[in-house]
Design a protein around this ligand. Structure first.
Ligand SMILES: Cc1cc2nc3c(=O)[nH]c(=O)nc-3n(C[C@H](O)[C@H](O)[C@H](O)COP(=O)(O)OP(=O)(O)OC[C@H]3O[C@@H](n4cnc5c(N)ncnc54)[C@H](O)[C@@H]3O)c2cc1C
Ligand SMILES: Cc1ncc(C[n+]2csc(CCOP(=O)(O)OP(=O)(O)O)c2C)c(N)n1
Ligand SMILES: [Mg+2]
Length: 396
């Protein structure tokens, strides 16, 4: 089945976290790009070219588009609740899970394999001969490159209030390879998912199944207690932070040097974007007061900073090295929201030009190309190569 497919992918979850090498070997041998659940971010290094990230509302564009274009999914140790909505409904599924109740639970499968992910992947690796790269495979890799370059183009943006990209650029450059990230619930899930260059040696957590706001601070406390020698960060929106900010007291009481970053945009942003952009309702109950989180943090005994741009954030991170206290960094963030990659307007082949123009202007998306364009380029390149080979043979 894998050999016959035009665009096979591997869709893995936390059940494959001990099978990093096998995922890569199967992907390379059969030329299958990799898409993961959100929680399985970090099983592979972010810069592995065929790893396209996750799929779903918080996911980056390459994973979402590959999931809609694939015709065969090798589904490994993955139990994403809404997965049936995220893929081409006609794609075939080969599912591997260690629990029989998970086989077919989220979506029909064509082949069910009750096995450990690592053992099953080893067997699949051995069973076949190497595949040549398909246009689908090449298009997925080109799509990821385009998306990464587009995101990177905002790293040094001087827009005010500051965008998330410059802040994540500092975190990517300063965090150690052993960093532990405790992520609250909101737009920070989207930004972390898309912008944090994870290494498989790092650890991270969020409230995956229940999406509980306020999770970031307590999770960071647990992380620092379990891993006292690793650098630990909590990343929260201002709404999530407000829910359990008193946990700074616990960090002070137990002398836990945690870097707590608050992304202050004076709104419950994730919900504001759902109301306005996804379901087109009037906004309701989302605005929250802009609050001086640094003063509150200082009041509780932390070292605290308010920052407005990349240089101030860098200075705060540098200065935080000089203290053993918990640290609060209140980032006064832009009100702009990341767009959901499930509702993009970027493809003139089937979308209205007026909507495309509005979308592109709103999100500075001029440099983003739709997956269809990469697929066409890859197909044309393979045809041209085949033609050149034929005419070369004739000339001989
Ligand atoms: C605000 C917010 C938004 C979110 N949006 C998204 C989104 O857009 N997309 C998304 O993907 N997620 C999203 N999530 C997370 C999502 O809800 C799920 O919690 C998560 O994706 C589940 O990940 P998982 O299936 O890898 O892990 P789990 O739920 O832990 O499932 C692991 C699976 O692996 C199996 N397994 C365990 N061990 C083995 C083994 N040795 N071999 C084989 N199988 C094994 C288990 O039986 C299980 O079926 C979001 C979360 C939040 C907070
Ligand atoms: C306890 C709880 N209440 C409500 C929600 C619904 N919800 C999900 S994200 C979100 C807004 C998050 O706002 P904020 O922390 O300010 O982050 P932002 O999206 O603005 O970056 C809300 C209300 C939730 N997930 N958990
Ligand atoms: Mg907010």
């Amino acid at each position: 089945m894998i050999k016959q497919a035009k665009g096979p992918i591997i869709y893995f979850g936390l059940g494959a976290k001990h099978a990093r090498k096998q995922l890569i070997k199967v992907s390379e041998k059969y030329k299958m790009p990799l898409v993961s659940s959100v929680l399985a971010k970090g099983v592979l290094d972010e810069d592995y070219p065929a790893y396209l990230g996750s799929t779903g509302r918080v996911a980056p564009k390459p994973g979402v588009e590959a999931a809609m274009a694939t015709d065969l999914i090798l589904w490994v140790g993955n139990d994403v609740p809404f997965a049936s909505l995220l893929f081409n409904p006609n794609a075939k599924v080969i599912q591997i899970d260690i629990e029989s109740t998970k086989l077919g639970k989220r979506r029909h499968n064509d082949v069910a394999i009750l096995a450990d992910a690592k053992e099953a992947l080893k067997a699949i690796y051995k069973a076949g001969t190497e595949s040549k790269p398909t246009p689908f495979y090449e298009a997925c890799i080109a799509n990821k490159k385009n998306w990464t370059e587009w995101q990177d183009s905002f790293k040094d943006s001087s827009e005010s209030p500051v965008r998330p990209e410059p802040i994540f650029d500092v975190l990517n450059k300063t965090a150690s390879d052993k960093a532990v990230w405790a992520i609250d619930v909101g737009n920070v899930n989207i930004n972390f998912e898309r912008l944090l260059d994870i290494k498989h040696t790092m650890k991270w957590t969020t409230s995956g199944k229940y999406a509980t706001m306020g999770y970031g601070l307590p999770a960071a406390i647990a992380a620092k207690v379990v891993y006292p020698d690793r650098d630990v960060y909590s990343l929260s929106g201002d709404g999530g932070y407000a829910m359990l900010c008193e946990e700074i007291l616990t960090q002070v009481k137990y002398g836990l040097h945690i870097i707590n970053v608050v992304f202050s945009n004076a709104t419950l942003g994730f919900i504001e974007a759902e109301q306005r952009d996804d379901t087109h309702q009037p906004l309701s109950g989302v605005d929250i007061p802009d609050t001086d989180w640094a003063t509150i943090g200082k009041g509780m005994g932390a070292k605290a900073y308010t920052v407005h741009d990349k240089a101030e954030f860098q200075a705060a991170i540098d200065d935080a090295k000089n203290t053993d206290l918990p640290v609060v960094i209140d980032v006064k963030l832009t009100h702009k929201m990341p767009f959901t990659t499930q509702h993009m307007f970027i493809d003139p082949a089937y979308q209205d030009q007026k909507q495309i123009d509005e979308f592109v202007a709103k999100y500075d998306a001029q440099a983003i190309k739709p997956f269809r364009a990469f697929l066409k380029d890859a197909k044309d390149a393979q045809l041209a190569k085949a033609d050149a080979k034929k005419s070369g043979k004739k000339a001989k």
